[in-house]
Ligand binder design. Structure first.
Ligand code: HEM
Length: 493
């Protein structure tokens, strides 16, 4: 009996070892992995940097095996165009990763990591219809952001009066989260509110820990089936704790909404969602999904926007000539006392182009959110079976010399046409694409414009005394962050 058991276990291990090393027929080239772990040892932290090196060896489409999962990395505009624009449907799935399961439950609820299908389409549709109701896409939604501007300016003013040099991160965190709080809960918080500070703290801790997902301990857990149910590394526990705290906060808001809502006058995203839940015949909406969806907004919509604003500050501090041009444009269009509105961008092409250039150069989401094939498909001449995980390498388009004059330089004219107007650029995809394009793209664009313009309307930003330029190297986290820095903020009044 024991012999059979040992033989059985050996065969199982052998089978597993083989599946972790073999690739499907006519699959993109790539490194041959090791038994059990595949090419994990070649990936690890800073995955995005390693993709670039591998692309130099294997070409624009190559594969990497991690455990028994097939990952296909795509580089270059042609492949992006196919996956994100021309034929997006087969690429609109998401892989099933342990990290996703830990934070969004075994059914991968919410929007970001959910599979594409009727449930996800319904959630996305509802999100857009609430936008339209609250006025996004036309002149009204930016009022939600504009109401945030006085406390935003006051917070920077107070900080810069009390200190010679300042770090604006906490102000950006508050302003950005408040916009989403207003959209989902129907109210904003004062920046000093203890509950609000806790919400921001949990969100930031989440992103601090996420980088550990590529560490050794997390790898072991993701490689041994069911181990996570009995043991998790510290980072895994911290990530779960942060999500639980955020969900509890969201849960209490949902309870409050249930008690106070008037079905004829929905106030915000939660009210609209509850209405869908009560009127639907199908089971496309549920309270648990609502909690995860709002969690998605907070996690997908805060760090990304805050990080982009931090890069924007860094680049205008390092390029005073560009800052001067933006000041001139603001002075001409707005003067000092008028709050900006999103439509003002049409009269401020240089400023708008600068924000786009910040997004291109900072490339904060270097592999975006992974896609996955939901049916067998042919890409770049190779066969990708259903369930292949697609890793888009955004650096390959945002820094392509084919599409940008001088990709390593910060140059807003990359986005200006010969007539001085802002033009679209096909190789610019900071919000991803296809059927999974960033749901909050329109909010994000409005936030970036309004917070950036308001800040430069009121302040001149400079490096600290004795520093010529801020460090432009990034550190990896949930997104590519600038290294922490301090600046001098001078009032322009
Ligand atoms: C500068 C700010 C932002 C950037 C750079 C950004 C970038 C991205 C990227 C690259 C993706 C993946 C798209 C893909 O899979 O192809 C994404 C997805 C998503 N983003 Fe954003 N985002 C930003 C702001 C926001 C905001 C403000 C929200 C608020 C609601 C948001 C909500 C989402 C959601 C829910 C998804 C998942 C969509 C899906 O899977 O169907 N994002 N974002």
């Amino acid at each position: 009996m024991l012999v059979w058991l040992i033989l059985g276990a050996f065969c199982l291990l052998l089978y597993f070892a083989i599946t972790t090393m073999t690739k499907p027929k006519n699959f993109p080239p790539g490194p041959v992995g090791l038994p059990f772990i595949g090419s994990f040892h070649l990936i690890g932290p800073n995955f995005n940097k390693k993709i670039e090196k591998m692309a130099a060896i294997y070409g624009n489409i190559f594969s990497v095996k991690l455990k028994n999962m097939n990952f296909v990395c795509i580089c270059g505009y042609d492949l992006f165009a196919e996956v994100m624009n021309e034929n997006p449907k087969p690429y609109s799935g998401r892989p099933k990763l342990l990290m996703y399961e830990l934070t969004r439950g075994p059914n991968l609820e919410g929007v970001v990591v959910g599979q594409h299908g009727p449930r996800l389409v319904a959630q996305r549709k509802l999100f857009h219809s609430v936008f339209r109701h609250l006025g996004i896409g036309n002149k009204n939604f930016d009022k939600i952001i504009v109401q945030e501007l006085p406390e935003f300016v006051e917070s920077i003013e107070n900080m810069s009066e009390a200190n010679q040099t300042v770090d604006l991160t906490s102000t950006f965190d508050c302003a950005v989260l408040n916009v989403l709080a207003y959209y989902t809960f129907g109210n904003r918080y004062s920046y000093g509110d203890e509950k609000f500070k806790w919400l921001i703290h949990c969100n930031n801790e989440f992103f601090k820990e996420v980088e550990q997902v590529f560490g050794v301990a997390f790898t072991i857990v993701s490689f041994i089936p069911y181990l996570h149910k009995i043991w998790l590394p510290k980072a895994g526990k911290a990530i779960q704790y942060c999500c639980r705290e955020l969900e509890a906060f969201i849960g209490s808001e949902i309870e409050y909404h249930k008690k106070t809502r008037d079905q004829n006058h929905p106030r915000d995203f939660i009210d609209f969602y509850l209405e869908e839940m009560s009127s639907q015949s199908s089971k496309l909406f549920s309270e648990s999904d609502l909690r995860k969806t709002v969690l998605d907004f907070f996690q997908a919509g805060t760090e990304t926007t805050t990080t982009t604003l931090k890069w924007a500050v860094l680049y205008v501090v390092n390029n005073p000539d560009i800052q001067e041009k933006i000041h001139a444009e603001i002075d001409e269009v707005l003067g000092f006392d008028k709050w900006p509105c999103y439509e003002d961008r049409l009269k401020m092409p240089f400023t708008e182009a600068t924000i786009m250039e910040v997004q291109r150069k900072a490339n904060i989401a270097p592999i975006g959110v992974l896609h996955s094939t939901n049916k067998a498909v042919k890409l770049g001449g190779y066969n990708l079976p259903k369930g292949t995980c697609i890793v888009p390498c955004y650096h390959s388009i945002h820094y392509s010399p084919k599409h940008w004059k001088n990709p390593n330089q910060f140059d807003p004219t990359n986005f200006l046409d010969a007539d001085g107007k802002v033009g679209t650029r096909p190789a610019f995809m900071p919000f991803g694409g296809g059927l999974r394009i960033c749901l909050g793209m329109n909010i994000a664009k409005q936030e970036l414009f309004l917070f950036f313009v308001t800040m430069l309307q009121h302040f001149k930003l400079q490096p600290p005394p004795g520093v010529l330029k801020l460090d432009e190297k990034y550190v990896s986290g949930g997104t590519l962050q600038p290294k922490s820095y301090q600046i001098v903020v001078k009032s322009r009044r």
